[in-house]
Design a protein around this ligand. Sequence first.
Ligand code: ZN
Length: 250
Amino acid sequence: MSIETLAKWVSESGRIVFFGGAGVSTESGIKDYRSQDGLYTTVKEYGISPEVILSHTFFFEKPDVFYDFYRRFFISDASPNDAHKALAELEKAGKLSSVITQNIDGLHQKAGSEAVIELHGTALEFLCTKCREKTDGTKAVKAIAEDAMPMCPLCGGLLKPKVVLYEEPLYDGVAERAIAEIANADMLIVGGTSLAVYPAASFVEYFKGKHLVLINKSETPLDQKADLVIHDSIGKVMRAVLEHPEVGLW
Ligand SMILES: [Zn+2]
């Protein structure tokens, strides 16, 4: 029944914005360091929490430990799942104006999405901490995968991923772009996030369109506010919507 409603709304909408979190990536097999399991493993093996390892201070103090953690949680050969693919398809069909994501794995772009706002940056691009030059991310990722620290090919300085670490602000203009997209949307689909990570929940407040939809396996603090809540796999729901005759894109 809820798929029916969602499909109807998708067919009627022309400016859908999708706001997604870790749950979108975990369905591609990406490990979530914020999950109970991720937290447990990290504390057990490093003696500190993921939030400490992923902080600005820690990066400069112990880059070797930082990159060891990075290799295990952020480097993967994961492929886009049905959620990523469905969103790319909706963008091509002119129904979706943008994807706003808290994930840093680049899977939306890999699926073909072009209008992607990465709130926390991307794990696939790097900047030199010394000469500030941008560098070939593929080589840096390869070095990390081989258990080495990525170094700048120009000056030998340490490379830093273009991700927003704890203690760091979001990149300039990113929050503003996300808010503008949400404010102009006629439908907002929030998926795969418990909305616990700041400032995600506050962004939703800017939505003034017709339908607010939440798709998440567990309950979220915004469930009460939504026009439709589906507690299920985001990939499964998006596939069902695209296959629904009302939408008919798959
Ligand atoms: Zn350099």
